[in-house]
Every structure is written in structure tokens, then in C-alpha cells.
Write a protein that binds this ligand. Structure first.
Ligand SMILES: Cc1ncc(COP(=O)(O)O)c(C=O)c1O
Length: 492
């Protein structure tokens, strides 16, 4: 078996071996207050800078999604698809799966609630991990089910063997968050698949993949870059397994405020989720945003790259300070700072919001923000912990920090040339072409664009549709406060 993991891999042989020698595990008696991390709310609703506590996407939504929302706004007097059918159909093509195996809702939050209504039974039990995302087990308990928790293993990874040992004849569902929140750890897909196969046939495995898009391009070791090959649990659904995968547009796609989630699973299971839904919970604008975002996988790539770079920057700083951290696959990580509650409140008084809790008194959970936010976080942490030493070193950048207007390519050009722009944040942008007399020739862009790289092609045509003559032309980018002009030459 190929092992992508440098610290958490559990081989299939080891996993199956431990199952047969199963020792009974005591159930954790959990204080409900310790399940979720404490929420630092002061100031957060008005000031988003330093809000590195909700695992949001610092790049914002894809520009295509923003445009889609703007274009759909005028139709807001009409109800949306009752059940998000157009998005279901786009997701079906995207995943190459039957649309009967998909259900959409208002965020993963609605989907998890509907799943708890479908899979939790009074008198039965559901099995979950701790610490992990708590909504499903909490909802299951609310609907009358007993909840059994298995601790994470010594590497803070969901412990499949411990979960298996909690399953009995009354178990209706096992809930696994992968990548796990709050630890950011990731299971080996083959181990997860073997686990699902080992369960009694009536037990459904609910796999919350809220962060799965961000693990693309994640590298656990410097020489293993993980491009698009992480095997999502959607593959298990395609293989006919008794699995429901919960996904969201909130994280990788940067659409947390638009509230769109979905589940992909065996048809009978999806029908049970549908049985409890109410209609029209996803707005027209959100539906269009999600469909456009799905098309813009470059935005996901930029998101994943930024998460990896900011994470690595922090890890280097932690190494320098001698702090232990849990290697994460996603856009948040945990670092052991000694007294997490105290450090969290000191950070919060400096306008940096992180989280603590989950019964882990030493660990902060920190979302990866912009590079600027991570530098502020590290500076403040050094100060609070008394490591005034070395100023943070810059991470090994691939994404520029500032607005960039790149040289047109090719230049000089004959029939067409491509002009690339990089934006550090989502903003209103105009890109115009002028002739040497300063007269406007045409506009290539005049709209809101998302953070990341954008390419525009100019084929030597002016705004009235006529071919322009050979010569020098200027292209001018206005993005927020930044105005950048460059020159290119058209040769016919
Ligand atoms: C693991 C996990 N699942 C689900 C959610 C909820 O996502 P949504 O915004 O789609 O409701 C979150 C939000 O933080 C999460 O971390």
C-alpha cells in the first residue's frame, strides 16, 4: 500500500490485525462544555482582520462566484429551485455520479442535522471521535440516540480500531470527520475503506469532508507533493459502500456566508436525508455562486497553496520557539502553547482571534489567514510567550503578497497576447488598454475579481470591434489603491 503519511499511517495489515484482537475500550464520559472549543466572539462581527478562528478562506470566494451572485441578485423576487436541482445536476457531472445520490442544503450544518434525524434512533447509538466536529453527535443525542466517543490515537488521528470496538448491535451510524477538526489530521483512504468494509452491513458511515478540497497540493514531506490524488470517500460511494459523504462550499470554495452544503451517498441513505428536508433553503444567488465556484478549480488551488505556505511559515516559527504542533493537512492547525486559554485571551486583546478547548488545555487551534495575519499572530505569540528573539522569517513565497501586473506574453505580439494579474484580496478591478496618445482603446476588465491569479487575452481589437494598427500600447490596472501600467508592442 502506498503510504502518503509521514506520521499517521496505519497499514491495512495493522488495522485488520488489531480489529481481531479487539480489547474493549471504555466510553469517554464527556463534559458537553468541553466538546466544542470556546468561541471568541468579541469584536468579530465588525472586524474580520485577525479572525483566524473559524477556518474561513482568507482569499474570499472565487471571482466567478461573486459575479454569479451579482448577476442573480435581480432575480431575488423569485423562489429558487425547491431542492437545488440545478446544483445537484452540476455536482453529479463534477463527480461523475448519479444525481439521485446527492442532496443539497444550507451548509453542511443543515445536512448534518438532516442526517442526524435520518440515522440517529432512540434506543440506538452512534459512534464518533473525540475531539472532533461535534455537531452530528450532539444532534444525534438530541434526537434520542446514545453517543459513544473514541479518543483520537497518540498521533491525534481518528482511531479506527477504537471506533470499531465501540460498535455493537444497536449502532446505527459511525461519524468520522476527515480531515479531522480540530486537529487537521487525515486518514489514509485505504484504511478508511477497510474500516467501512468491516462494519455490520446496517451501519452507515457518515464522513464529514468539510476540508477535503484544501488537502490538494498538501505535502506531508518536502518531497511528496500531493496534487489531485487524495482519494475522497466519494469513491466509496461509487463503489456502492454504505457511506454518506458530507461536503460544503464554506471552506475551500470560500463561500461560508452563502451557506451551501451537500451530501453524496448511497441512494437509499440520501432518500432518508431527503425525507426530512424543508424546501428552498439555498438561495438563488447561493446556488449560482456554488455552480460558478465549482468551475473555478484554480481558486481552490490558490487556496490550498496559501494554506500550505502560511502553515509552513508558522511551523518554522514554532520549531524556532521549541513549540510542539500537530502537523495538519488543511487550513488550520493546533499548537501547544502551555496554557491555551490564557494565551488565547491575550491574543484576543491584541485583535487576534484563535480558539482553545476540546479538552486540550495546552493547544490553540489556529486557522491559516493571510500571510500578514500569520505574521501578526507569530509576533504576538512570541511576545506573549517571551520569545522576543528573531523576527519571523518570510515563508518561501509562491503567491505574491501585493497586487501584480505581469508583462504581457508574448511581447511583442502579433495576433494575441495574454496579460496576467495577481490580486492579494478580492476587489474591484479595471484593466484598460491605451494607445500612445493616451486614448482608451478597450477595457479588458471592469468588475470584482477574487484573490489569486487572473489572465486576460487581448487580440488587438478596440472597443468598436476594429483591428488596431501596429505600435506600442499601454495596459493599466487599477485595483483598490494600486495603479500599475505596463507597455506592450503589437507587430502586424
Ligand atoms: C468539520 C466541519 N463540518 C461542517 C462544518 C459546517 O460547515 P457549513 O459552513 O457548511 O455549515 C464545519 C464548520 O466549521 C466543520 O468544521
Amino acid at each position: 500500500m502506498q503510504n502518503h503519511y509521514n506520521n499517521n499511517g496505519v497499514s491495512r495489515r495493522k488495522f485488520i490485525g488489531t480489529l481481531t484482537g479487539a480489547a474493549a475500550l471504555s466510553l469517554l464520559k464527556l463534559d458537553r462544555r468541553a466538546i466544542a472549543g470556546s468561541l471568541p466572539l468579541d469584536g468579530l462581527l465588525t472586524d474580520y482582520t485577525g479572525r483566524i478562528c473559524y477556518n474561513e478562506n482568507p482569499l474570499g470566494p472565487s471571482a466567478a462566484a461573486i459575479t454569479a451572485i451579482q448577476e442573480e441578485a435581480a432575480m431575488s423576487h423569485r423562489y429558487p429551485d425547491w431542492y437545488a436541482d440545478s446544483l445537484v445536476s452540476d455536482l453529479a457531472s463534477f463527480f461523475d455520479i448519479d444525481s439521485d445520490k446527492i442532496v443539497c442544503g444550507s451548509g453542511a450544518t443543515e445536512i448534518l442535522r438532516l442526517s442526524a434525524m435520518a440515522f440517529a434512533e432512540s434506543g440506538g447509538n452512534v459512534v464518533s471521535s473525540y475531539p472532533s466536529y461535534s455537531q452530528f453527535p450532539n444532534d444525534a443525542e438530541f434526537f434520542g440516540s446514545d453517543v459513544r466517543y473514541a479518543d483520537l490515537d497518540d498521533d491525534y488521528l481518528v482511531d479506527l480500531t477504537a471506533l470499531y470496538n465501540l460498535v455493537d448491535g444497536d449502532t446505527t451510524c459511525v461519524c468520522i470527520t476527515n480531515p479531522n477538526n480540530p486537529t487537521g489530521t487525515l486518514l489514509n483512504p485505504e484504511d478508511l475503506s477497510a474500516f467501512v468494509d468491516s462494519l455490520p452491513s446496517g451501519v452507515v458511515t457518515l464522513i464529514d469532508e468539510a476540508y477535503v478540497e484544501i488537502i490538494r497540493t498538501t505535502s506531508f514531506t518536502p518531497d511528496s507533493i500531493w496534487e489531485d490524488d487524495y482519494l475522497s470517500a466519494v469513491e466509496m460511494v461509487k463503489d456502492g459502500k454504505n457511506v454518506v459523504v458530507v461536503r460544503t462550499f464554506s471552506k475551500g470554495y470560500g463561500l461560508a456566508g452563502a451557506r451551501i452544503g451537500y451530501a453524496i451517498g448511497r441512494e437509499s441513505r440520501i432518500n432518508s436525508i431527503k425525507a426530512n428536508r424543508i424546501f428552498a433553503t439555498v438561495s438563488r444567488a447561493s446556488l449560482e455562486a456554488a455552480k460558478a465556484a465549482l468551475e473555478d478549480q484554480d481558486h481552490i488551488r490558490n487556496t490550498a497553496v496559501l494554506a500550505r505556505q502560511t502553515r509552513q511559515y508558522c511551523y518554522n516559527e514554532f520549531d524556532d520557539m521549541g513549540l510542539d504542533y500537530i502537523p495538519s493537512a488543511v487550513n488550520f492547525f493546533m499548537v501547544d502553547v502551555g496554557n491555551a486559554d490564557s494565551v488565547r485571551s491575550q491574543l484576543s486583546s491584541r485583535g487576534i482571534y484563535v480558539r482553545s478547548g476540546w479538552g486540550m488545555p495546552g493547544h490553540l487551534r489556529v486557522s491559516t489567514g493571510t500571510m500578514h495575519e500569520m505574521e501578526s499572530f507569530i509576533n504576538a505569540l512570541r511576545d506573549i510567550l517571551g520569545y522576543p528573539g528573531g523576527r519571523p522569517k518570510k515563508a518561501d513565497w509562491k503567491l505574491p503578497e501585493n497586487t501584480e501586473l505581469f508583462q504581457a506574453y508574448p511581447n511583442p505580439f502579433n495576433s494575441s497576447t495574454s496579460i496576467k494579474v495577481f490580486l492579494p484580496a478580492t476587489q474591484k478591478v479595471s484593466l484598460e488598454i491605451y494607445n500612445v496618445r493616451g486614448r482608451l482603446v478597450t477595457k479588458l476588465a471592469d468588475r470584482v475579481l477574487g484573490a489569486g491569479e487572473h489572465a486576460f487575452v487581448w487580440n488587438g481589437i478596440d472597443s468598436s470591434g476594429k483591428s488596431v494598427s501596429s505600435g506600442s500600447y499601454f495596459y493599466r490596472l487599477v485595483a483598490g489603491e494600486d495603479v500599475i501600467t505596463r507597455r506592450m508592442i503589437l507587430i502586424k
